[in-house]
Design a protein. Structure first.
Length: 330
């Protein structure tokens, strides 16, 4: 932490830091992203997480249908198929007895699912009961951001290729190149797959350059892979661990599920919304076992701004921290 950084554990600071502001009154529309956290992709095209304000808005509009309730319902059959593969695989694995690596099974499921929805093709991890090599490249892309951010903070960007592990650089390049090839294959599949891209492709004219470009599709697909796979698997594995440590909670959760559904065919994206206790358990799992330990940092506009009821000078980096779990020393 530097003298120009502030960390907040107050929930009311969240909206001030990450919310939209009235530019006519306050003179700015949002706190800008911290340049140290923004790493230019190999193809030079920013994704939705790091894009400029106008591009970020364009991406959000294009993806709005895919992540709406209606869009999720349309993707239900594809999602359900991978959940069924997970259940079948676990049932078969338990028949042999012995140890089951639940994290591996969760990871196979989430990567297969998000690969199908984001790139148009599953990683086939559940079928082959193994981790696809591409996933290692995805993890490498995550790790390299931390190296690059640290190097940039010391103004050593020209030396980044010398100070960053060569393996991570190669994995980052492999991740993007394979993603680009998969996007080309996805475009050839048209707009009736029932995944993230149907409505996006329909709204884009690649010949005229409107909507989204192919390089932007590749960059954003990589983000979807990161956001929809490893994070979900981490949360599920952490929550499973906590449930096994607290059998009384596990029993109450199991009773809720079995009293609500008579058959597993009744369980889908909409019906699980009735499981109030399960949703509470997942929320608690997120609090105690957060899959993302660090958020995207922001910088106060030059004119300064109010954060959590107090004035903060321009140029300061305010960071929103998650409240500490109960019983954790501050």
């Amino acid at each position: 932490m530097s003298p120009t950084e502030l960390f907040y554990a107050e929930s009311k600071a969240l909206k001030d830091i990450y919310g939209h502001h009235n530019s006519a009154i306050e003179g700015f529309s949002e706190f800008s992203k911290d340049k140290w956290d923004t790493q230019r992709p190999v193809n030079g095209v920013f994704d939705i997480l790091n894009a400029k304000t106008e591009d970020h808005g364009r991406f959000r509009r294009l993806f709005s249908h895919s992540f709406s309730e209606k869009g999720m319902r349309e993707m239900q059959p594809r999602i359900q198929s991978f959940v069924q593969q997970l259940v079948t695989g676990l049932n078969e694995a338990t028949e042999t007895g012995g140890y089951i690596d639940i994290l591996a099974w969760y990871s196979w499921t989430t990567f297969d699912m998000i690969g199908d929805l984001a790139f148009g093709e599953s990683f086939h991890c559940l079928e082959q009961k193994r981790t696809d090599p591409w996933i290692s490249a995805v993890y490498g892309s995550i790790k390299i951001v931390l190296f690059m951010s640290t190097v940039n903070r010391y103004y050593l960007e020209p030396l980044i290729n010398y100070l960053t592990p060569k393996k991570l650089i190669k994995e980052r390049e492999h991740n993007l190149s394979r993603g680009f090839l998969q996007i080309q294959k996805r475009l050839a599949a048209g707009t009736n797959r029932g995944d993230f891209w149907d409505s996006v492709i329909e709204k884009s004219d690649f010949a005229k350059g409107t909507g989204i470009t192919v390089p932007e599709m590749a960059s954003n697909a990589s983000v979807m892979i990161l956001g929809g796979s490893e994070t979900t698997a981490t949360l599920l594995s952490g929550t499973t661990y906590l449930l096994l440590k607290h059998p009384e909670v596990m029993k109450k959760l199991r009773d809720e599920v079995r009293s609500t559904f008579k058959h597993d065919d009744e369980i889908d994206l909409q019906s699980v919304g009735k499981l109030d206790y399960m949703l509470a358990v997942l929320d608690e799992g997120l609090r105690i076992y957060p899959p993302v330990p660090k958020q995207s940092d922001r910088v106060v506009p030059p004119q300064g701004a109010m954060v959590a009821g107090k004035w903060v000078p321009g140029g300061v980096g305010p960071h929103q921290m998650s409240p500490l779990p109960l019983g954790t020393p501050s």
